[in-house]
Design a protein around this ligand. Structure first.
Ligand SMILES: C[S@@+](CC[C@H](N)C(=O)[O-])C[C@H]1O[C@@H](n2cnc3c(N)ncnc32)[C@H](O)[C@@H]1O
Length: 252
């Protein structure tokens, strides 16, 4: 269904193959794997990846549908498998890898090897922590406990969420030079006076309200052993704090 919705070309690559033919649209292997990619697994009413099922613990239902330009070619592959592209890249970009990657140093080494000399990599991550400068979180904040539990569950699952603070070091360790790290303080809700920061806060608040359940359900139930009901009730308090203009929370 999504294939028709997006009207884009998808090629599915067998993780271990090093044959160039596997990357061509219409190859029999790609076609046969492609159909299985769309046999999504459903849990608690939310949709999860079918490709390498169980490897990605976050929900994958409304992902990107309305947010992609029409002139892209997508290759569905596991970026942690051994890369077998037949040519190198000028530019590699990744955003919000936290919670998806088991072995970040290996991934970055592969990216380094597959960049042309003089090529660039650009990574964007946010810290999965929430802070205030004026102690405006309530005591025993549900949101702060949620972040702690999320980071704990993701680490236990083997794909840590809060990778932003260590990213620069990993990038340098992979061999990259001229590495720059730009850290921005971004409000999580629209509490800031500045117009631009207020707008960023509004977007973040919406994104958080929309994705809370997606981040929580699988990890909290399957990894931390909570019941679905416990998790849902807990999220009510987290949402309340996200809607509270007196809490001046930000992330970086
Ligand atoms: C938090 S989302 C970020 C999506 C997008 N980069 C953005 O910033 O809007 C993480 C994405 O990584 C994908 N993903 C997770 N593990 C992956 C893997 N091993 N190889 C390739 N993609 C993976 C998921 O399907 C999901 O779309």
């Amino acid at each position: 269904m999504d294939k028709q919705l997006l009207n884009l070309t998808f090629t599915v690559v067998p993780g271990s193959s090093d044959e160039d033919s596997a990357f061509e649209d219409g190859s029999s292997y790609a076609t046969s794997v492609a159909s299985s990619v769309y046999n999504y697994r459903f849990e608690n009413g939310r949709r999860y990846h079918a490709y390498k099922e169980g490897e990605y613990p976050l929900v994958s239902d409304r992902v990107m549908r309305d947010r992609i330009p029409p002139n892209l070619r997508f290759i569905i592959d596991d970026c942690e498998a051994t890369w077998s592209f037949s040519s190198k890249f000028d530019y590699i970009h990744a955003r919000t890898l936290g919670g998806s990657i088991k072995d970040l140093p290996r991934l970055l080494k592969q990216a380094y090897e597959f960049l042309e000399p003089g090529g660039w990599i650009e990574l964007q991550e946010y810290e999965t922590t929430s802070k205030t400068d004026d102690n405006s979180f309530p005591e025993d904040s549900a949101l702060l406990r949620w972040v702690e539990n999320l980071n704990k569950a993701a680490a236990k699952f083997g794909k840590p969420t809060n990778i932003a603070p260590e990213l620069k070091q990993h990038v340098m360790d992979a061999g990259f030079t001229g590495v720059e790290d730009f850290v921005y303080k971004v409000p999580m809700t629209p509490w800031a006076k500045d117009k631009k920061l207020k707008e960023q806060g509004r977007f973040n608040q919406l994104a958080m309200l929309d994705s809370l359940q997606a981040y929580t359900l699988h990890l909290f139930t399957n990894v931390l052993g909570w019941s679905v009901e416990e998790a849902e009730v807990y999220l009510v308090d987290v949402r309340k704090e996200l809607m509270d203009p007196k809490i001046h929370m930000y992330s970086t």
